[in-house]
Design a protein around this ligand. Structure first.
Ligand code: XIL
Length: 502
């Protein structure tokens, strides 16, 4: 196996992440809107009107980082026309003004959606629903003409099999209501980019196929649709590996139909991944990287909008349960996901998968976070496999006494990890790389790798995908070996993530 690329930037026992380190080296970090502009991608966020009005730190990030704003709810029909005949555009206008002040475009969301019909509309009376729906569409588009660059004209009109959903709008307005809505929107604002937007259509499957059929049909029938929005709410679960190559091919296929491709509601849930919080962030960052990189690489992918940007305010917590699905944390501090998006938009490899997350793994900068449950650890020249220093575990009396790292914050499900170390013992007995896990199953030991000790340096190298049973209380990684009388030397420990391929 080729040796693993190592960036000497350490987490365990250190504080800087790779992205932060890169930024420190290059000066002021670049904003997402600047990075997007360079890649021909408009980078946007959904905005919460309350937070925008009341939380200056939130507003500051909205203003500086994003090129496009989507009112998260303020342009939906039900909030606009809570009461029949009293259209309230205050919230939407507030967002529009903010966007103007900060030279941002607006993405209007969403004109025709069966879930946002005001309760006063009598949906059992087709003529009423039809009249009110098209009136709302036309008045709203005209009210923001010249300000809203892109409209989500129809939202979520496909069922799980990719067929046109048999919803209240289809029943009342007739089977061609999607076509009619696009024509009405074009008439109301001939300059706006008109999009169809749906969820569960990012990766290949029956619903994605249905989207391709729908868009192909609309285009073929001369319906004025310019773009397709893929919502991209991801929910990571332990044994799901997203088929990113399939995602790329699917987006290329959509683009070949003659529409722009927009990733519109990006967020990534990780609460179902057991393990360390950093590992969960890295699993999430990997998905953020893939989406931004695939969008950046595809000329037709011109828009990338996150469904909010900070865990402080996310619809996920309010609607689906506690999670941290976004790019900045509750304290508005950048997360791994932000660095990953910066890498993706720049067309760089994701730095998260070339980072060694083990503190001072090469022992050159100190002992780092290594400890031992028995005997002593000595950092010494004699114990070096490479460079000047290595680590010797000496005065051992038990097999399991060897160099150890607490990786409780680091290892998590949803990621393929690769752990490497050079190790040596004077005994001919086995050297082992082991994980000790305390989780809902109790205390378990997993032997990751075993090699013969034989007195020479061995390169231990293993890839694995954790399967924990949350909540995880503690995870230790260690090297063990022969019993009393033999030392174990280690050097060049690296804990990394296997880069996704697509
Ligand atoms: C969500 C908002 O984020 C929530 O605040 C609101 O309570 C419900 O709607 N797909 C969409 C978005 O198209 O409009 C939804 O937004 C999330 C799913």
């Amino acid at each position: 196996m080729p040796s693993y690329p190592i960036m000497t930037c350490f987490l365990l026992g250190g504080t800087l992440s790779s992205g932060q380190m890169a930024q420190a080296a290059e000066g002021a970090p670049q904003t997402l809107r600047d990075l997007g502009a360079r890649a021909n991608v408009v980078v946007g966020t959904a905005v919460d009107v309350d937070a925008l009005a009341k939380d200056p730190a939130y507003a500051e990030i909205v203003a500086s980082q994003f090129a496009s704003l989507t009112p998260e709810n303020a342009m939906k029909w039900a909030p606009i026309e809570h009461t029949k005949g009293q259209r309230d555009l205050h919230a939407a206008t507030f967002v529009a003004q903010f966007a103007r002040d900060h030279k941002q475009t607006l993405r209007g969301h969403a004109l025709v959606w069966d879930l946002e019909i005001p309760s006063w509309v009598d949906t059992s009376a087709p003529a009423v629903l039809s009249r009110e729906q098209f009136r709302h569409l036309t008045e709203t588009v005209q009210a923001f003409q010249g300000q809203v660059a892109t409209w989500d004209v129809v939202n979520e009109a496909l069922d799980a099999n990719g067929n046109r959903a048999d919803n209240v709008l289809a029943r009342a307005l007739g089977p061609t209501y999607i076509e009619d809505a696009f024509r009405a929107a074009r008439k109301a604002d001939p300059k706006a980019i008109l999009a169809y937007n749906d969820h569960g259509v990012l990766w290949p499957g029956p619903k994605a196929d249905g989207l391709t059929r729908l868009v192909g049909g609309l285009k073929g029938g001369g319906v004025p649709i310019d773009a397709v929005g893929l919502q991209s709410h991801l929910h990571l679960v332990p044994d799901w590996r997203i088929d990113w190559a399939g995602v790329r091919a699917h987006l290329q296929h959509l683009a070949s139909l003659g529409v722009a491709v927009h990733l519109t509601e990006v967020d990534v849930r990780t609460a179902d991944l057991a393990g360390g919080s950093l590992g969960r962030q890295l699993a999430q960052a990997q998905a953020f990287y893939a989406m931004s990189r695939i969008c950046r690489d595809l000329p037709a992918c011109t828009h990338l909008t996150f469904w909010g940007f900070t865990d402080r305010y996310s619809w996920v917590d309010r609607t689906l349960g506690p999670d941290d699905p976004l790019l900045w944390d509750d304290q508005l501090q950048p997360k791994q996901g932000l660095f990953a998006v910066q890498d993706g938009l720049s067309g760089k490899p994701w730095s998260g998968c070339s980072t060694n997350w083990a503190a001072n793994g090469d022992l050159e900068g100190g002992v780092g976070a290594f400890v031992t449950p028995g005997g002593r650890l000595v950092r010494s020249r004699e114990a070096a496999a490479k460079g000047e220093y290595g680590l010797r575990s000496t005065d051992r009396t038990e097999t399991w006494q060897g160099p150890r790292l607490d990786v409780s914050q680091l290892l998590a499900e949803g990621v393929d990890w690769r752990i490497q170390a050079d190790a040596r013992t004077t005994s001919g007995q086995i050297l082992r790389m082991t994980l000790r896990v305390e989780d809902a199953r109790g205390e378990t030991y997993e032997s990751l790798l075993a090699v013969s000790g034989n007195g020479a340096w061995q390169h231990l190298d293993t890839t694995f995908r954790p399967d924990f049973s949350g909540p995880v209380r503690r995870i230790d990684w260690y090297i063990e070996g022969p019993e009393a009388g033999h030392n174990i030397d280690i050097d060049n420990v690296s804990i990394g993530i296997v880069c996704p391929t697509f």
